[in-house]
Design a protein around this ligand. Structure first.
Ligand code: SAM
Ligand code: SF4
Length: 468
């Protein structure tokens, strides 16, 4: 098949981003106060505002920014934290991303493309752990597995598995950019969010770190969401690989990308992921990233994104260790993975670590993470309601912006958490969870509390998959 030529986007103006950063590089207490006041109003920030926050170095101002991020996060998301698990279906790849263990030239990596039976087995294991949301992930090479239809078959397989009372209710996918026709087929397969990380918006860094394969074409990648949205996919997930280029430049470029989608399609992105480069087998770059992001800067960028796009979900993967993940929950993270494996077949076969994509920072099981965050006062959520009732894209954002989404998310988090506890929790998790649920219902607005109580009663009575 001949792929269409990719066109440079007009919305990515590196010169403008750099001059915005330069203009705001000196810390200005009055401007910082202005920007934080605006951020607390939860209407988002423009590029100059973001550049002001990105320049912060004074510890007291940084703490003030963290406090604002916490306030915004709690106002919009309450205490819920949505869980998902990645499901790697193949580590075959024809690209040459210098930081990734899956790159074609890494001959030492054991390659594996899961059969549909193996995918079903992985899915059963995730269901048995209590998961309801899966992020399907693959390297960019489906040729040996029957072409693109392999991806569609894999989604169908994941949705088809029933184990006890459990099933995966939402399949998101992180896949290489597709054509409009392929995106249409992906949409038709019932995908939730289409996720794609630009890696970097710096063209020169991109060219140097993606030397070969289809992924070497920066414009093909940076225009992927335009094609996805043209094909009807209205929940897209963005991300960057932090460590490749200046993080300040990257977040301003990401916000320009969101503004472009909002302007063209009426909706920006559903989620943002913030992966930092981790060591990966056979990659010198991954052990020594070109522009490493320090822990302090990483926390800053999470808080800035929370304030800049308050209604967009923020995803924290198990690349980060438990301590860093805990710190970022309060700064704005709304979705986390747990118990993850980045090697195809890694849930069924614990020994297959050698075929993983990168090193993980948090090795705890789903159960351990659930217990930990419940003890921190959060409500683990396994909710998939919005996607299943068609509250996606602009419909979701409209509800989010008026604050009404909280009336859905809070009770649904309680219902799905209780379902998890009763079906999969051990006695310690059940005890911590029951305490967290009682506290959550008591703290809710009375109307939402009554809805949450009704859902909880239904779950206790044996009903499953209830939501509002
Ligand atoms: N192959 C597709 C692609 O590159 O878009 C989709 C899946 S790829 C397996 C998912 C993401 O993993 C990449 O977009 C990249 O950001 C991330 N990744 C690759 N190597 C990494 C590393 N060493 N540390 C952290 N994340 C990494
Ligand atoms: Fe392949 Fe994706 Fe890894 Fe690049 S990041 S080598 S495209 S799997």
């Amino acid at each position: 098949m001949t792929l269409p030529a990719s066109q440079a986007p007009d919305w990515l103006d590196a010169g403008r981003i750099r001059s915005t950063l330069a203009r705001n590089a000196v810390e200005d207490t009055r401007r910082v106060a202005e920007v934080l006041t605006k951020a607390r109003e939860m209407k988002g920030l423009d590029l100059d505002d973001v550049a002001v926050l990105a320049a912060l170095t004074r510890p007291d101002l940084i703490e003030e920014m963290y406090a604002a991020a916490k306030q915004v996060k709690e106002a919009i998301y309450g205490r819920r934290m949505v869980f998902f698990a990645p499901l790697y279906i193949s580590n075959r790849c024809s690209n040459e991303c210098l930081y990734c263990a899956f790159r074609a030239s890494n001959k030492a990596l054991v390659r594996h493309t899961l059969s549909q039976q193996e995918i079903a087995r992985e899915t059963e294991i995730l269901i048995d752990q209590g998961h309801k949301r899966v992020l399907m992930v693959a390297g960019e090479s489906y040729a040996g597995a029957g072409g693109f239809s392999y991806v569609l078959d894999s989604i169908a397989t994941i949705y088809s598995v029933q184990k006890g009372a459990g099933a995966i209710r939402r399949v998101n996918a992180n896949l290489a950019p597709l054509t409009v026709e392929e995106f249409r087929a992906l949409h038709g397969a019932g995908i939730g969010t289409y996720q794609l990380f630009q890696e970097t918006y710096d063209r020169e860094v991109y060219a140097a770190t993606h030397p070969k394969g289809r992924k070497a074409d920066f414009d093909w990648r940076v225009t992927a969401f335009d094609r996805a949205m043209t094909a009807g996919i209205d929940d897209v997930g963005m991300g960057l690989l932090f460590g490749l280029a200046d993080w300040r430049f990257e977040i301003l470029a990401l916000l320009s990308h969101i503004a472009h989608l909002e302007e063209r399609f009426g909706v920006g992105c559903h989620t943002i992921s913030v992966p930092r480069m981790e060591p990966a087998s056979g990659s010198d770059m991954a052990t020594c990233p070109p522009q490493p992001v320090s822990d302090e800067d990483f926390k800053k960028l999470v808080a800035i994104l929370r304030l800049a796009v308050p209604y967009t979900g923020l995803i924290m993967s198990t690349r980060e260790n438990a301590a860093m993940r805990r710190e970022t929950y309060a700064l704005g993270v709304s979705q986390i993975s747990a118990g993850s494996r980045t090697n195809p077949g890694g849930y069924a076969d614990e020994q297959r670590f050698e075929s993983g994509q990168f090193q993980l920072g948090d090795h705890r099981s789903l159960e351990e993470v659930v217990q930990d965050i419940a003890e921190m006062g959060y409500i683990p959520s396994f909710c998939t309601a919005c996607y299943r009732v068609g509250r996606t894209g602009g419909d979701f954002m409209d509800l989010a912006k008026t604050g009404e989404i909280k009336e859905k998310c809070g009770p649904n988090a309680v219902g799905t958490f209780l379902e998890y506890l009763l079906d999969y929790g051990n006695p310690a998790t059940l005890a911590a969870g029951e305490k967290a649920i009682a506290a959550e219902i008591a703290a809710m607005d009375p109307k939402d509390g009554r809805v949450a109580q009704r859902l909880a009663d239904m779950v206790r009575a044996g009903k499953r998959d209830v939501f509002c």
